[in-house]
Design a protein around this ligand. Structure first.
Ligand SMILES: [Zn+2]
Length: 153
């Protein structure tokens, strides 16, 4: 009976030792995991700081662009008003012709005669056209590209 009790006692001691070993291993593992958590927290804090810096930069840039956009819109409003004022004195059918030509060519509707060439299409103009373009009251059209010609020579 007593021998049996001693065996049991030893068995208990062994079980306790094994359990303590397991607890110790789990505690070591817990320490390692806590270290991982700490370093992950540190990385998150660093990344959050970087993100905040980036967000501040983007916000600053956005503010600058919005300011620039509002300046450009103001300039545009002024230019549209100027155009309205300037074109109000122009013959409406001539203005419509100019607008169509400008839209069609995509660059200039009115070009200068340079030497005896159209500066829009660089084709050589007949002497009569070059001469007619000297008169600012006359509407002279390039035979080749259709742009309005002025001769300031
Ligand atoms: Zn031309």
């Amino acid at each position: 009976m007593e021998a049996k009790t001693n065996d049991q006692y030893r068995a208990f001691l062994q079980e306790i030792a094994a359990a303590e070993k397991q607890v110790s291993a789990l505690e070591d593992r817990e320490i390692v995991l806590m270290e991982h958590v700490e370093s992950a927290k540190k990385i998150i804090t660093e990344r959050e700081a970087e993100l905040k810096e980036e967000e501040d930069g983007v916000a600053e840039e956005k503010e600058m662009l919005e300011e620039r956009l509002s300046e450009v819109n103001e300039d545009l409003e002024k230019l549209v008003a100027d155009r309205g004022r300037i074109t109000s004195t122009i013959n409406p059918s001539l203005l419509a012709k100019y607008d169509r030509l400008f839209k069609n060519k995509g660059d200039f509707a009115v070009v200068q005669v340079e030497g005896n060439h159209c500066s829009g299409c660089h084709m050589k103009l007949p002497p009569q056209v070059t001469n007619d373009a000297l008169n600012p009251d006359k509407l002279v059209i390039c035979n080749f590209c259709g742009r309005m010609l002025i001769n300031l020579r």
